[in-house]
Design a protein around this ligand. Structure first.
Ligand code: MLC
Ligand code: AMP
Length: 499
């Protein structure tokens, strides 16, 4: 029997000598070697006792070995749970417990901190370093290709939520493959493409949008460990496509080495994960001659809309619905709104996930009975079908492309001694788009100590969730219903990071 994703993404490359990964040190990995490495990792997962449907959690730095491990998990039918290396041991503990992972793989540097986490959850712990060393090595004999149907799970991707409790989005083989096929076609990917890959590989963007599309097309990737402006500028002349979050584009624009000449050979620049300012779009065009192609998606749905490769790319819009994806705009009562009116964005299609892991009520609450998923984004569709995202119904901050749910930070703050309550908001930030800001109300009679509060948060929350600014007030602004008026705080603090 077939393995839906493996057969499309990896099997065609077995034995191929074509280059898959270009590494910054000049090293290269061809497709065939990558496929063999993945087969070895599938063998190692099987030898570790994991079978189809079991979960493996990965908190690993970006590396070819990590990517091959994911490919191996797909081959072995093991559901992979990728985790941001910035997460603290406390955060990882939640994901391991919730997913029921039987194996946790980490970098050597995190081993001591994660040993109690693994032990508490009855998971085995093994090390896989970015250079491929560590206690988890690929097996000498290739692991079997486990049969996997289109609706079997491939990955659980955790996404935070308005309750402060992260939810595992269940993504099936068909969710991932259908979207990769649509994107590879929409963006005209071929085996002549060289994709500049500077994104993290524990989120939808770097994993499924970038890597799966490249694999499907047989394209090559310049695989950088992270976004570094100088390194990206050095590599750009060799790239035919770059994908990035808006911060990539603003950082590059701040560098005088970004010129029309530098990107003469590049055919496509794609942006997503956070709003691209129309101003960034026009500055990019003026400087490079390229119009950035903006698209829109989320962990739960993969990609929903995209500006066209060949047609008109409209700045400030995220383009039209991708083939096979239906997008509609509804009001709070769930009624369809006429074209041109702002409302809740809902999507349906083969790209949309299977629901939240072990959370049937949350899943039910976010789907309509006719199968549409309520994204939590607000938008409007114009007469030509272009969608503009105008805001969010969900209380979410997007900082440099990473999502931060205020509730999670507020719960951590409120649990600290000397804090009566708090409100966390996002305010404009020149580099990150939005930055996290906390407004704290101390208990009466206590002298607040910002440094101590931030240090205490540091032990619990990944750095990107920690407030960049902490302010103190005697009370939070509330409306007549007693609800905190975050819009008032956002207005008050709007210029905190003004250049
Ligand atoms: C890093 N830091 C961040 C941060 N990234 N803080 C807030 N927001 C972020 N996004 C912290 C670092 O830990 C560091 O802490 C400090 O900020 C400065 O680090 P830096 O060197 O400037 O950051 P850098 O490593 O360059 O990272 C910035 C970035 C990176 C924008 C390049 O965050 C990034 O690659 N973002 C992409 C996220 C992404 O792929 N999202 C896709 C989600 S999928 P300190 O303490 O040392 O100062 C999705 C679906 C879809 O949304 O549609 O695609
Ligand atoms: P995530 O849960 O990390 O997948 O983030 C998904 C969210 O990112 C979406 O619900 C949107 O709010 C936001 N997002 C993704 N792409 C865009 C875009 N092009 N413009 C504006 N917001 C976006």
């Amino acid at each position: 029997m077939a393995n839906h994703l493996h057969d499309a993404l990896f099997a065609p490359h077995e034995g191929s000598a074509r280059v898959f990964l270009d590494l910054p040190d000049g090293g290269r990995l061809d497709h065939g070697t990558f496929a063999a490495l993945a087969a070895g990792f599938a063998g190692a997962l099987t030898a570790a006792g994991l079978g189809p449907g079991d979960r493996v959690a990965l908190q690993l730095d970006k590396s070819p070995a990590m990517l091959a491990l994911i490919a191996g998990a797909i081959r072995a039918g093991v559901v992979f749970v990728p985790l941001n290396p910035a997460y603290t041991a406390a955060e990882v503990g939640y994901f391991v417990a919730d997913s029921g992972a039987r194996l946790l793989l980490c970098d050597g540097a995190m081993r001591a901190a994660l040993a109690p986490v693994a032990a508490r959850n009855g998971a085995a712990l093994a090390v896989l370093n970015a250079d491929g060393s560590g206690s988890f090595a690929e097996a000498a004999t290739p692991g079997p290709v486990a049969p996997r149907r289109p609706d079997d799970l491939a990955a659980l991707l955790y996404t935070s939520g308005t309750t402060g409790r992260s939810k595992g989005a269940m993504l099936s083989h068909a969710n991932l493959l259908s979207n990769a096929e649509v994107l590879a076609d929409a963006w005209r990917f071929s085996d002549r493409d060289v994709l500049l890959h500077a994104l993290p590989v524990f989120h939808t963007h770097g994993l499924f949008v970038a890597t799966n599309v490249a694999l499907l097309a047989g394209a090559r990737m310049i695989f950088l460990p992270k976004f570094d402006t100088g390194e990206v500028i050095r590599q750009l002349p060799r790239a035919s496509v770059m994908m990035g979050v808006p911060t990539f584009y603003t950082r590059l624009l701040d560098d005088p080495r970004l010129t029309r000449e530098l990107v003469r050979g590049t055919r496509l620049f794609i942006s997503g994960s956070a709003p691209l300012l129309a101003e960034t779009h026009s500055r990019w065009q003026a400087r490079t001659g390229h119009r950035i192609l903006e698209r829109y998606g989320m962990t739960e749905t993969n990609m929903n809309t995209s500006n066209p490769c060949d047609g008109e790319r409209r700045a400030g819009t995220v383009g039209t619905a991708l083939p096979g994806v239906a997008v509609r705009i509804r009001d709070d009562a769930g009624r369809d709104l006429p074209q041109g009116e702002i409302g809740s964005i809902e999507v349906r299609g083969p790209n949309v996930f299977q629901g939240y892991w072990k959370m049937p009520e949350r899943t039910a609450a976010e789907f309509r009975s006719d199968g549409y998923f309520i994204t939590g984004d607000l938008g409007v569709i114009d007469a030509d079908g272009y969608l503009t995202i105008v805001g969010r119904a969900k209380d979410l901050i997007i900082s440099g492309g990473f999502n931060v749910y205020p509730k999670e930070v507020e719960l951590a703050l409120d649990a600290l001694p000397g804090i009566r309550e708090s409100a966390v908001i996002g305010v404009p930030h020149p580099d990150l788009g939005e930055a996290v800001v906390a407004v704290v109300v101390p208990e009466t009679g206590t002298a607040p100590d910002a440094a101590a509060i931030l240090a205490a948060l540091g032990a619990q929350l990944a750095r990107f969730k920690q407030p960049r600014h902490l302010g103190f007030r005697d009370a939070l602004p509330r409306n007549s219903m007693g609800k905190v008026q975050k819009t008032v705080l956002r207005d008050d603090l709007r210029d905190t990071f003004a250049p």
